[in-house]
Design a protein around this ligand. Structure first.
Ligand code: FES
Length: 69
């Protein structure tokens, strides 16, 4: 699905930027151009970044050993 029509960036493109370390819409714009033009897609970019951060947090929680009581 297209996220940024100005540069034709898809959800996949943006997710790859986030996976490579972009953690703000500015960093995504620097990495692939999405969000660097009209800015209408920035809210969606932030949602993709937040969803990715949530997935990372979930993965880390799974890797943590259960606290012993
Ligand atoms: S739609 Fe992304 S910068 Fe315009």
């Amino acid at each position: 699905m297209y996220v940024c029509l100005c540069v034709g960036a898809t959800t996949h493109t943006v997710s790859e930027c986030v996976a490579r370390g972009a953690s703000t819409s500015k960093e995504v714009a620097a990495a692939c151009g999405a969000g660097a033009d009209c800015g209408r897609c920035r809210r969606t970019l932030r949602a993709i970044i937040a969803a990715s951060a949530d997935r990372e947090a979930g993965r880390e929680a799974e890797l943590q050993p259960a606290a012993s009581h």
